[in-house]
Write a protein that binds this ligand. Structure first.
Ligand SMILES: Cc1cc2nc3c(=O)[nH]c(=O)nc-3n(C[C@H](O)[C@H](O)[C@H](O)COP(=O)(O)OP(=O)(O)OC[C@H]3O[C@@H](n4cnc5c(N)ncnc54)[C@H](O)[C@@H]3O)c2cc1C
Length: 421
């Protein structure tokens, strides 16, 4: 298809400079647009934790020229599910041929490093497109969805041709386009802790970093689950510890509220002693609020849209939250690219919504399913030979093929095909 004759560089705002917002800034910069990112915080006090980036996310980082090695990821080799009490593996999904099959690796990043690397791609002077502008300490509070005028809590205002709300699970932009989330606190709570690999090894504990694996204890017909993800080249072990909410309710705590190691260990008296010993030297123990949101009826209005957790917050159990935000950004880059954008902003935002909503909503539902059944998790859902394998509906399960073989360019083309009728 030839370039659209009405294409022009747009003046775009991204509200929120998290993983989704920075990805959108990179994708839209590469597509030739001028982007300003407004972030409410100044990024001080960010806490370390891992973030999964499977091939369906890594693919876009690679296409945008993001310096992935600089973020020092662990390239995952396996998914391992272990018995809760003994730690014996009972389901192992081998990722040995993952890159060969899907064209990209499964990266496990440290959030801050991933963030810094994306930031460099968004605002740095190298690379294709105009460097994005970053304006911190600007919290969006009002928005005119027709004119693109944003008002911030500090009294400043700004107007842009397109406004992208990437302001996370508590999104203000979402409310300003008329959505009131239907949500409930999840039945599970989560505490996160970091363990320094060198310290664990010095104490004679198991060196889990050697496995380059996402490792799970529990998670079968229960809310008890430990998830271990190595990051920072393996020097840091990021532990997500889930338990029934009645054992400790953190649903209204914010991520920066520090908890103690005693609180972390309390729900797990009978856990495999090897991993428990790791948790007992955990640092930066923090609650992660878990809320189940029903899918929203729309994601765009006027010249505004939402992406990432602002559009489709999900349970963490498919490790796809960041990847879905990256895919949203990629979709915006495509629909506003020279191939499709002809000057009609609202047509592009509607196409973005049509392309992204079915896929992200399906992952959102699958993440909720995987909360209590690890066999529903992408990867394990293909491990049909495992003795513990059982899914609720073989035909409906989310598979690694569906996630990684997806062709977004074809999907966008299909959604623009009415132009030729
Ligand atoms: C501890 C933790 C671990 C996680 N681990 C994983 C994982 O392993 N794999 C995975 O795929 N996903 C993971 N997730 C989820 C994943 O990080 C999110 O799905 C993903 O970051 C979504 O990105 P986002 O940009 O939409 O939102 P966020 O990353 O939440 O970013 C939103 C940004 O908007 C800013 N903001 C908020 N309100 C305003 C406002 N009114 N005005 C201006 N700025 C505003 C915030 O300060 C923030 O910088 C994890 C999340 C957490 C908290």
């Amino acid at each position: 298809m030839p370039s659209q004759s009405g294409w022009r560089p747009l003046d775009m705002a991204v509200v929120g400079g998290g993983i989704g917002g920075l990805s959108a800034a990179v994708a839209l910069r590469r597509a030739g647009h001028k982007v300003t990112i407004y972030e409410r915080a100044d990024y001080a006090g960010e806490v370390g934790a891992s973030v999964s980036c499977a091939a369906n996310g890594t693919k876009w980082l690679r296409e945008w020229g993001v310096d992935i090695p600089k973020a020092d990821p662990v390239v995952l080799r396996k998914l391992i599910r272990r018995d809760w009490k003994t730690g014996e593996p009972d389901s192992v999904y081998d990722l040995g041929d993952y890159e060969e099959k899907w064209g990209d690796v499964y990266n496990m990043f440290h959030r801050q490093y991933m963030h810094a690397t994306l930031m460099e791609s968004a605002v740095g002077k190298d690379g294709k497109g105009f460097p994005a502008k970053l304006i911190v300490n600007h919290q969006c509070s009002e928005l005119d969805t027709q004119t693109g005028t944003i008002t911030f809590t500090n009294g400043n205002t700004a107007s842009h041709e397109v406004v992208i709300g990437a302001d996370g699970i508590g999104s203000a932009v979402r409310g300003l386009i008329g959505i009131t989330p239907e949500r409930r606190a999840a039945d599970a709570s989560c505490l996160h802790a970091n363990v320094d690999t060198a310290e664990a090894v010095k104490l004679g504990l198991v060196d889990y970093s050697q496995n380059s694996a996402l490792e799970y204890w529990g998670g079968l017909n229960t809310h008890y689950k430990i998830v271990l993800s190595p990051c920072n080249g393996g020097s840091l072990l990021s532990y997500y510890c889930f338990f029934p909410r009645e054992k400790g309710d953190y649903s209204n705590q914010n991520w920066n509220a520090e908890s103690t190691v005693e609180e972390l260990l309390a729900p797990f008296p009978d856990l495999d002693p090897q991993v428990k010993a790791h948790l007992s030297i955990g640092k930066d123990v923090r609650p992660w609020r878990l809320w189940v949101h029903k899918p929203y009826p729309w994601w765009q209005k006027g010249v505004v849209c939402v992406i990432g957790d602002a559009a489709h917050p999900m349970m963490p159990d498919q490790s796809q939250g960041a990847c879905m935000a990256i895919e949203d950004a990629a979709c915006l880059g495509i629909v506003f690219g020279e191939k499709y954008f002809n000057g009609d902003i609202s047509e592009c935002l509607q196409t973005y919504e049509r392309v992204r909503m079915p896929r992200a909503t399906r992952v959102q539902a699958a993440a909720a399913k995987a909360r209590e059944n690890i066999n529903e998790r992408i990867g394990f859902s293909s491990n049909t030979d495992s003795a513990v394998y059982k899914v609720s509906d073989e035909m409906e399960k989310l598979t690694i093929e569906e996630m990684n073989a997806y062709d977004m360019h074809a999907d966008v083309a299909k959604n623009f095909c009415y132009r030729f009728w």
